[in-house]
Ligand binder design. Structure first.
Ligand code: SF4
Length: 111
């Protein structure tokens, strides 16, 4: 499924993506990327995805609509990630470029 930027603004797209995540869209969130090789593999896969194919981005990056790692590991959430643009509620990782919410998470989270 693709969403054209020209037909949907960021807020509408964020809502649509949130709906998909909350409806149980299967993403690769379980396989974490802790080594640079693992991260590079994910980034390479993201680079092969069309910029407007947001659903594939959600799947490959392993998005969740809540923080990852509560109760044990450091909690991973967009709001604490270096790629999160707070005033725009946006992920500026070049391979993602996607509207997000502060409590969402993905396996490319970096502090
Ligand atoms: S890279 Fe960071 S800001 Fe972007 S979606 Fe993943 S956790 Fe959120």
């Amino acid at each position: 499924m693709r969403f054209g930027r020209e037909t949907m603004d960021e807020e509408a797209l964020r809502r649509e993506l949130e709906h998909l995540l909350q409806q149980g869209l299967e993403t690769e969130w379980r396989e974490r990327a802790y080594t640079s090789e693992e991260v590079n593999r994910i980034v390479a896969r993201l680079q092969a995805i069309r910029p407007d194919d947001y659903v594939s981005k959600l799947k490959v990056a392993g998005f969740t609509s809540q923080p990852y790692g509560a109760g044990g590991e450091i909690e991973q959430a967009c709001e604490t990630c270096m790629y999160f643009v707070i005033h725009r509620q946006f992920c500026e990782l070049p391979e993602l470029q996607i509207p997000v919410k502060p409590k969402w998470s993905c396996r490319l989270w970096r502090i």
